[in-house]
Design a protein. Structure first.
Length: 689
């Protein structure tokens, strides 16, 4: 009962920070509006001058484009709560009567499970890089787990059928081709391993942990075919799977009260949701993914939550590393004896990377620091570098490590340190205006580009090289690289900077986007640079001359959708630090990732037809990048609200479908050029686009 109460409290607490977060988002909306109004007033005349007077921002006509008729229509037995596109291409629909798998090309039901009904999207968890999904079932006092193959509908594992009770954790072990469940079996706390290929229960370990209250806090890591490393909130274990025994156990506490491990950012789902999401939950908070759902949803989200992590480093054989938010240590994998003393962090860990010299660790709370820990001893290679805020980007050039950081207040900073000594090139970080888009090192200094300005920092003085920054209104600075050059959009113009020498210029004439939109993507194409927003697509040649501009009028955006757009931007910004840190360090002097860990993340041969579909779709998805699908008001006597497909290389409107719905609930399958549209409460219609 005590365990159930703890789980209940965990589930409830998950929703608590959401309301606070949403309040911040509402404030962000107001702030965003004020900033945009202010910036528009300040740069109104300038922008109008930059944008060519001859630019046509009227909507591009789609009247002569043939309307594609519906390919199929499927009516379900019950009301549709939500529907998604799986990584194999199957359409998955959840209704109040069953869970369905639908053939995308024909609309025929591929499979149906009546016992999986009234599911929420939080309760539907795709397992990364696999065709499997996991679902929590059962009651609050007897939670169960179901894992199924979305392609065939085959139930891989049903913990209820296995005789388990109160299943609390689920982790995949891809390298062993299986899934681990923890719960009670025959009234004993047990670990059950299921073969993902056959669904067979391969082995069961009972009463392995020293305390019945211990639960897994990290994904188990297979050191070899017979050895699993596991972590609970109290200890670390090495398990001999064949013998069913503990090879060693060491005390090492992992606190779960402060949230999941920051370095283990949530993986992007392999599937794709519809535009309106979960109809069961509804509301602004649910649409933003900021809350809602009940106890079962909370436990579903906690089932594979990660609070610590094991590491095996290629060039350090015989050692296993383990870290959580507060500390890190290393152990002899054969005996469990400590290799070096535990390193405690001043504040929760925010990022970890593998450099040739050791672990590059950053913390990110009240006292943000950057540390370099020696692989063999755990000792700091240099005194911690104090940071102003959380690291959002790292770039290594030789021994010079350029970094950008940001405080919660919104202030951003840049600096360079010597990775061998930890000594800063400048006396202190330089404050910059706006959020960092990119940082680069050149002979002149550190090029930094934000969403408000561009300049170069002199690494000796810490001051700007250019007397006046290239400034632009908020929302600018999004760019893409080609060779040593970066092309970016700002103030309705295309800009280019050569990162090798810091030379910068504006390209061509300006362009005003239809609908007063701002660019949200810049892409390098064979013929030039493509910019796009929700309703606009434009291509420029390498000299900045406009090749084409397509604008499709929006069918209308509600205040709620505007808030949601800001919410998505805010969430993206909050995640940028983790992604920037993970991807930012690159160069010949670094270990980008090690083979042991890469193998641990790779599924063994599952023998599933779904994997062939996933591979085909991944290959085909490269072609999907040639098109943009836009929701718009379609011209003509048979028009209405619908979707048009725009060719990114020619600007041609190549196809369209009419949905007769101002705010349609649909999924665009850009890989196979299909549209799946929720026609009414019980019907999904398929179109070839």
């Amino acid at each position: 009962m005590r365990k159930i109460l703890v789980l209940a409290l965990c589930g409830i607490s998950m929703g608590m920070p959401a309301s606070a977060q949403f309040s911040k988002l509402k404030g962000l909306v107001d702030k965003d509006k004020k900033e945009k109004t202010s910036n528009k007033e300040e740069s109104k005349g300038e922008s109008q001058t930059k944008a060519s007077a001859g630019d046509d921002v009227s909507a591009s006509s789609s009247e002569n484009v043939k309307i594609n008729p519906k390919a199929w229509s499927l009516e379900f037995d019950g009301n549709i709560d939500w529907f998604r596109l799986s990584p194999t291409g199957k359409v998955i629909a959840s209704t109040n009567s069953a869970l369905y798998g639908v053939e995308p090309s024909t609309g025929k039901v591929a499979w149906k499970h009546d016992f999986l009904k009234n599911l929420t999207t939080e309760n539907y968890n795709p397992i990364s890089n696999s065709p499997f999904i996991a679902i929590v079932t059962g009651s609050m006092f007897n939670m169960q787990q179901v894992v199924l193959d979305v392609n065939s509908g085959k139930i891989i594992a049903n913990t209820k059928d296995m005789g388990m009770k109160m299943v609390n954790k689920r982790f995949t072990v891809p390298s062993l081709g299986g899934i681990i469940f923890t719960g009670y079996l025959n009234n004993a706390p047990s670990i059950v391993f299921v073969d993902a290929k056959t669904g067979e229960k391969k082995w069961v370990l009972s009463k392995i942990f020293e305390s019945a209250s211990e639960m897994l806090v990290a994904r188990p890591l297979a050191a070899d075919d017979n050895t699993l490393l596991m972590a609970t909130g109290k200890r670390l274990y090495k398990i001999d799977v064949k013998a069913g025994t503990v090879s060693w156990a060491v005390d090492f506490k992992t606190n779960t009260d402060k949230g999941t491990l920051a370095t283990e950012a949530s993986e992007e789902a392999n599937d794709k949701g519809s535009t309106k999401g979960d109809e069961k939950k509804g509301g602004l908070m649910a649409a933003a993914g900021l809350g809602g759902g009940g106890m079962k949803d909370g436990i579903a989200q906690l089932a594979d939550a990660v609070y610590g992590k094991f590491l095996l480093i290629d060039n350090q054989p015989g050692i296993v590393y383990y870290y959580n938010s507060q500390e890190m240590s290393a152990f002899d994998i054969a005996t469990g004896k400590p290799v070096w003393s535990t390193v405690k962090f001043s504040d929760p860990i925010g990022g970890l990377l593998f450099d040739e010299r050791g672990f590059l660790v950053s913390t990110n709370d009240k006292k943000a620091e950057l540390l370099l820990l020696d692989y063999k001893t755990g000792k700091q290679r240099w005194s911690p570098v104090e940071l102003k805020g959380r690291i959002t980007a790292l770039k290594l050039n030789g021994t010079s490590l350029a970094l950008a950081s940001a405080k919660e207040s919104g202030n951003n900073y840049v600096n360079i340190i010597d990775i061998n000594t930890g000594v800063s090139a400048a006396k202190s970080e330089m404050k910059v205006a706006g959020q960092i888009r990119d940082i680069r090192q050149t002979g002149q200094g550190l090029i930094y580009r934000t969403n408000k300005e561009l300049n170069i920092q002199d690494i000796q003085t810490g001051k700007d090289v250019w007397p006046k920054s290239v400034s632009y209104k908020i929302g600018g600075g999004i760019g893409a690289d080609k060779g040593t050059k970066t092309y970016f959009w700002a103030d309705n113009e295309l800009h280019v900077i050569d990162n090798s020498n810091g030379q910068y210029k504006v390209l061509g004439k300006g362009l005003k986007l239809g609908g007063d939109e701002e660019v949200d993507a810049v892409e390098i194409r064979e013929k030039g640079i493509l910019i796009s927003s929700s309703q606009n697509v434009a291509l420029f040649d390498w000299d900045g001359n406009k090749v084409f501009h397509v604008y499709q009028k929006a069918p209308g955006t509600s205040l709620a959708n505007k808030i949601m757009n800001v919410a998505v931007i805010a969430m993206s910004v909050s995640n940028s630090a983790a992604s920037g840190y993970q991807a930012g360090l690159s160069g010949p002097n670094t270990t980008s990732y090690n083979q042991n860990m890469a193998n641990a993340d790779r599924w063994s041969d599952l023998g599933s037809s779904a994997l062939a579909d996933m591979k085909r779709r991944f290959t085909a998805s490269q072609d999907a990048q040639n098109y943009k699908v836009i929701l718009t008001d379609i011209d003509g006597p048979d028009g209405g609200y619908g979707l048009v497909r725009v060719n990114k290389d020619s600007g041609a409107l190549e196809a369209k479908v009419v949905l007769k719905d101002k705010k349609p609930d649909y999924i665009s399958d850009d890989t196979d050029n299909l549209i799946f549209y929720k026609d009414n409460a019980k019907t999904i219609t398929g179109f070839k686009l």
